[in-house]
Write a protein of this length. Structure first.
Length: 278
Protein backbone atom coordinates (compact mmCIF):
# COMPACT_ATOMS: atom_id res chain seq x y z
CA UNK A 1 0.00 0.00 0.00
CA UNK A 2 1.33 3.46 -0.96
CA UNK A 3 1.83 5.48 2.20
CA UNK A 4 3.19 8.97 2.84
CA UNK A 5 5.48 7.71 5.61
CA UNK A 6 7.23 5.44 3.11
CA UNK A 7 8.72 8.54 1.50
CA UNK A 8 10.68 9.23 4.68
CA UNK A 9 11.84 5.66 5.31
CA UNK A 10 12.56 4.53 1.74
CA UNK A 11 15.91 2.79 1.32
CA UNK A 12 18.69 3.93 -1.01
CA UNK A 13 17.91 1.44 -3.78
CA UNK A 14 14.24 2.45 -3.78
CA UNK A 15 15.23 6.13 -4.02
CA UNK A 16 17.72 5.46 -6.81
CA UNK A 17 15.17 3.53 -8.89
CA UNK A 18 12.64 6.32 -8.40
CA UNK A 19 15.12 8.98 -9.55
CA UNK A 20 16.40 7.06 -12.56
CA UNK A 21 12.91 6.05 -13.70
CA UNK A 22 11.66 9.63 -13.42
CA UNK A 23 14.65 11.03 -15.33
CA UNK A 24 14.23 8.43 -18.09
CA UNK A 25 10.52 9.19 -18.32
CA UNK A 26 11.07 12.93 -18.57
CA UNK A 27 13.73 12.51 -21.28
CA UNK A 28 11.07 10.77 -23.33
CA UNK A 29 8.60 13.52 -22.45
CA UNK A 30 6.12 10.95 -21.16
CA UNK A 31 3.54 11.53 -18.49
CA UNK A 32 3.21 9.09 -15.64
CA UNK A 33 0.08 7.72 -17.30
CA UNK A 34 1.99 7.17 -20.54
CA UNK A 35 4.81 5.31 -18.81
CA UNK A 36 2.23 3.30 -16.91
CA UNK A 37 0.57 2.27 -20.17
CA UNK A 38 3.96 1.15 -21.56
CA UNK A 39 4.82 -1.01 -18.56
CA UNK A 40 1.34 -2.29 -17.73
CA UNK A 41 0.77 -0.27 -14.54
CA UNK A 42 -1.47 2.65 -13.67
CA UNK A 43 -0.22 6.23 -13.67
CA UNK A 44 -0.94 6.27 -9.94
CA UNK A 45 1.39 3.29 -9.45
CA UNK A 46 4.13 5.09 -11.39
CA UNK A 47 3.59 8.20 -9.24
CA UNK A 48 3.82 6.11 -6.05
CA UNK A 49 7.08 4.57 -7.27
CA UNK A 50 8.61 7.92 -8.26
CA UNK A 51 7.74 9.54 -4.93
CA UNK A 52 8.84 6.45 -2.95
CA UNK A 53 5.35 6.14 -1.48
CA UNK A 54 5.44 2.56 -2.77
CA UNK A 55 8.70 0.75 -3.72
CA UNK A 56 8.75 -0.76 -7.20
CA UNK A 57 7.62 -4.37 -7.27
CA UNK A 58 9.76 -7.02 -8.89
CA UNK A 59 7.31 -7.09 -11.82
CA UNK A 60 7.53 -3.31 -12.23
CA UNK A 61 11.32 -3.40 -12.27
CA UNK A 62 11.28 -6.06 -14.99
CA UNK A 63 8.92 -3.89 -17.05
CA UNK A 64 10.99 -0.74 -16.42
CA UNK A 65 14.09 -2.56 -17.63
CA UNK A 66 12.27 -3.60 -20.80
CA UNK A 67 10.91 -0.13 -21.55
CA UNK A 68 13.50 2.27 -20.10
CA UNK A 69 16.60 0.16 -19.53
CA UNK A 70 18.25 0.71 -22.93
CA UNK A 71 20.30 -2.42 -22.44
CA UNK A 72 22.19 -1.07 -19.43
CA UNK A 73 20.59 -3.43 -16.92
CA UNK A 74 20.10 -0.73 -14.28
CA UNK A 75 16.61 -1.79 -13.25
CA UNK A 76 17.46 -5.48 -13.53
CA UNK A 77 20.43 -5.10 -11.20
CA UNK A 78 18.33 -2.99 -8.83
CA UNK A 79 15.88 -5.84 -8.20
CA UNK A 80 18.04 -7.50 -5.54
CA UNK A 81 18.68 -4.27 -3.67
CA UNK A 82 15.08 -3.05 -3.78
CA UNK A 83 14.03 -6.39 -2.29
CA UNK A 84 16.51 -5.77 0.54
CA UNK A 85 14.99 -2.32 1.10
CA UNK A 86 11.64 -4.02 1.75
CA UNK A 87 12.98 -6.25 4.52
CA UNK A 88 12.30 -5.46 8.18
CA UNK A 89 15.10 -3.24 9.48
CA UNK A 90 16.35 -5.79 12.00
CA UNK A 91 16.81 -8.45 9.30
CA UNK A 92 18.64 -6.49 6.59
CA UNK A 93 22.21 -7.01 7.80
CA UNK A 94 21.68 -10.74 8.24
CA UNK A 95 19.99 -11.01 4.82
CA UNK A 96 23.14 -9.63 3.17
CA UNK A 97 25.26 -12.06 5.17
CA UNK A 98 23.01 -15.01 4.28
CA UNK A 99 23.56 -14.45 0.56
CA UNK A 100 27.33 -14.90 0.99
CA UNK A 101 27.60 -17.81 3.43
CA UNK A 102 29.67 -20.92 2.88
CA UNK A 103 27.51 -22.93 5.27
CA UNK A 104 24.41 -22.58 7.39
CA UNK A 105 23.51 -24.77 10.36
CA UNK A 106 19.93 -24.02 11.40
CA UNK A 107 17.60 -25.09 14.17
CA UNK A 108 13.89 -24.15 14.02
CA UNK A 109 11.46 -24.77 16.86
CA UNK A 110 8.11 -23.12 16.07
CA UNK A 111 7.65 -22.83 12.31
CA UNK A 112 9.51 -23.94 9.20
CA UNK A 113 12.67 -21.90 8.69
CA UNK A 114 12.14 -19.06 6.19
CA UNK A 115 14.60 -20.49 3.66
CA UNK A 116 12.52 -23.66 3.45
CA UNK A 117 9.02 -22.15 3.35
CA UNK A 118 6.69 -22.46 0.39
CA UNK A 119 5.03 -19.30 -0.89
CA UNK A 120 1.60 -20.33 0.43
CA UNK A 121 2.99 -21.26 3.87
CA UNK A 122 4.91 -17.97 4.08
CA UNK A 123 1.85 -15.97 3.05
CA UNK A 124 -0.34 -17.67 5.65
CA UNK A 125 2.30 -17.19 8.34
CA UNK A 126 3.08 -13.55 7.57
CA UNK A 127 -0.54 -12.63 6.92
CA UNK A 128 -1.64 -14.18 10.19
CA UNK A 129 0.97 -12.47 12.33
CA UNK A 130 0.66 -9.60 14.78
CA UNK A 131 0.49 -6.68 14.43
CA UNK A 132 -1.65 -7.14 11.29
CA UNK A 133 -0.07 -6.02 8.03
CA UNK A 134 -1.63 -4.63 4.88
CA UNK A 135 -2.05 -7.05 1.98
CA UNK A 136 0.58 -5.10 0.04
CA UNK A 137 3.11 -5.40 2.87
CA UNK A 138 2.37 -9.11 3.22
CA UNK A 139 3.06 -9.60 -0.49
CA UNK A 140 6.30 -7.61 -0.25
CA UNK A 141 7.55 -9.77 2.60
CA UNK A 142 6.51 -12.98 0.84
CA UNK A 143 8.34 -11.82 -2.28
CA UNK A 144 11.61 -11.13 -0.48
CA UNK A 145 11.35 -14.34 1.53
CA UNK A 146 10.98 -16.37 -1.67
CA UNK A 147 13.94 -14.54 -3.22
CA UNK A 148 16.19 -15.94 -0.45
CA UNK A 149 15.78 -19.40 -1.98
CA UNK A 150 18.35 -18.47 -4.62
CA UNK A 151 20.91 -19.56 -2.02
CA UNK A 152 20.03 -23.21 -2.70
CA UNK A 153 21.29 -23.02 -6.29
CA UNK A 154 24.01 -20.42 -5.86
CA UNK A 155 27.54 -20.90 -7.14
CA UNK A 156 29.72 -21.59 -5.26
CA UNK A 157 27.44 -24.07 -3.54
CA UNK A 158 26.32 -23.26 -0.01
CA UNK A 159 25.98 -26.18 2.41
CA UNK A 160 22.73 -25.93 4.36
CA UNK A 161 21.82 -28.03 7.36
CA UNK A 162 18.46 -27.76 9.12
CA UNK A 163 17.20 -29.44 12.26
CA UNK A 164 13.43 -29.04 12.70
CA UNK A 165 11.66 -29.70 15.96
CA UNK A 166 9.00 -32.32 15.24
CA UNK A 167 6.32 -29.95 16.54
CA UNK A 168 6.98 -27.73 13.51
CA UNK A 169 5.88 -30.56 11.21
CA UNK A 170 2.73 -31.18 13.22
CA UNK A 171 1.67 -27.53 13.64
CA UNK A 172 -0.77 -26.75 10.80
CA UNK A 173 -0.33 -23.33 9.21
CA UNK A 174 -2.93 -21.99 6.77
CA UNK A 175 -4.75 -25.19 5.86
CA UNK A 176 -4.24 -28.90 5.41
CA UNK A 177 -3.45 -28.37 1.73
CA UNK A 178 -0.89 -25.66 2.47
CA UNK A 179 0.71 -27.86 5.12
CA UNK A 180 0.83 -30.88 2.83
CA UNK A 181 2.52 -28.80 0.13
CA UNK A 182 4.99 -27.49 2.72
CA UNK A 183 5.87 -30.98 3.94
CA UNK A 184 6.31 -32.19 0.37
CA UNK A 185 8.61 -29.25 -0.28
CA UNK A 186 10.68 -30.13 2.78
CA UNK A 187 11.00 -33.68 1.47
CA UNK A 188 12.21 -32.37 -1.87
CA UNK A 189 14.73 -30.08 -0.16
CA UNK A 190 16.00 -33.00 1.93
CA UNK A 191 16.99 -34.80 -1.27
CA UNK A 192 19.29 -32.00 -2.44
CA UNK A 193 22.98 -32.85 -2.26
CA UNK A 194 23.85 -29.60 -0.50
CA UNK A 195 21.07 -29.93 2.10
CA UNK A 196 20.87 -32.07 5.25
CA UNK A 197 17.51 -32.11 7.01
CA UNK A 198 16.90 -33.76 10.37
CA UNK A 199 14.00 -33.84 12.80
CA UNK A 200 14.37 -33.51 16.57
CA UNK A 201 11.69 -35.90 17.87
CA UNK A 202 9.10 -34.84 20.41
CA UNK A 203 10.19 -37.56 22.81
CA UNK A 204 13.90 -36.73 22.78
CA UNK A 205 13.59 -35.39 26.33
CA UNK A 206 12.61 -38.80 27.68
CA UNK A 207 16.30 -39.58 27.94
CA UNK A 208 16.56 -36.85 30.54
CA UNK A 209 17.88 -33.99 28.38
CA UNK A 210 16.80 -31.90 25.40
CA UNK A 211 19.57 -29.77 23.90
CA UNK A 212 17.04 -27.81 21.85
CA UNK A 213 15.18 -26.42 24.86
CA UNK A 214 16.91 -23.03 24.60
CA UNK A 215 15.22 -22.20 21.28
CA UNK A 216 16.14 -21.76 17.65
CA UNK A 217 19.48 -20.59 16.30
CA UNK A 218 21.40 -19.97 13.08
CA UNK A 219 25.09 -20.86 12.93
CA UNK A 220 26.81 -19.14 9.98
CA UNK A 221 30.16 -19.75 8.30
CA UNK A 222 31.26 -16.77 6.19
CA UNK A 223 33.48 -16.86 3.07
CA UNK A 224 36.32 -15.76 5.37
CA UNK A 225 35.63 -18.87 7.52
CA UNK A 226 34.42 -16.80 10.43
CA UNK A 227 31.69 -18.43 12.51
CA UNK A 228 28.78 -16.31 13.74
CA UNK A 229 25.49 -16.89 15.51
CA UNK A 230 22.28 -15.15 14.47
CA UNK A 231 19.26 -15.08 16.77
CA UNK A 232 15.88 -13.44 16.16
CA UNK A 233 13.79 -13.46 19.37
CA UNK A 234 10.43 -11.65 19.15
CA UNK A 235 11.32 -9.82 15.91
CA UNK A 236 14.57 -8.50 17.36
CA UNK A 237 17.94 -9.24 15.82
CA UNK A 238 21.15 -10.39 17.47
CA UNK A 239 24.37 -11.23 15.63
CA UNK A 240 26.96 -12.80 17.92
CA UNK A 241 30.64 -12.71 16.95
CA UNK A 242 32.36 -13.38 20.29
CA UNK A 243 34.36 -16.63 19.74
CA UNK A 244 33.59 -18.00 23.19
CA UNK A 245 29.85 -17.50 22.87
CA UNK A 246 29.86 -18.82 19.29
CA UNK A 247 31.68 -21.93 20.51
CA UNK A 248 29.04 -22.55 23.17
CA UNK A 249 26.22 -22.22 20.65
CA UNK A 250 28.06 -24.45 18.16
CA UNK A 251 28.49 -27.16 20.79
CA UNK A 252 24.81 -26.88 21.69
CA UNK A 253 23.88 -27.22 18.02
CA UNK A 254 26.07 -30.30 17.72
CA UNK A 255 24.18 -31.84 20.65
CA UNK A 256 20.82 -30.96 19.04
CA UNK A 257 21.93 -32.65 15.83
CA UNK A 258 23.11 -35.71 17.75
CA UNK A 259 19.71 -36.04 19.46
CA UNK A 260 17.82 -35.69 16.16
CA UNK A 261 16.67 -38.50 13.91
CA UNK A 262 19.04 -39.38 11.08
CA UNK A 263 18.46 -37.83 7.64
CA UNK A 264 16.79 -40.94 6.16
CA UNK A 265 14.56 -41.49 9.16
CA UNK A 266 13.69 -37.78 9.19
CA UNK A 267 12.76 -37.87 5.51
CA UNK A 268 10.53 -40.88 6.13
CA UNK A 269 8.73 -39.06 8.94
CA UNK A 270 8.18 -35.95 6.81
CA UNK A 271 6.79 -38.03 3.93
CA UNK A 272 4.46 -39.93 6.25
CA UNK A 273 3.14 -36.71 7.76
CA UNK A 274 2.63 -35.24 4.29
CA UNK A 275 0.52 -38.26 3.42
CA UNK A 276 -1.57 -37.75 6.57
CA UNK A 277 -2.57 -34.19 5.63
CA UNK A 278 -6.06 -33.87 4.18
Amino acid sequence: MARAENKETAGPATRLVARVARDCRLRRQWTQDQLGAEIGFSGAAVSAMETCAQPASDEMLVALERVLGEGMGVFEQAREFVRLDKLPAQFKDYALLEQRVLALHLYATLVVHGLFQTEAYARALIGGGYPPLSEQRVEELVEVRMSRKALFDREPVALIELVLDESVLRRPIGSGEIMREQLQHLAECAKRRNVTLQVLPLDCGLAGECAGAHGELNLVETPEHDHLIYLEPQDESLLIKDPGKVSTYAQRYAKIRAQALGPRESLGLIERLAGDQQ
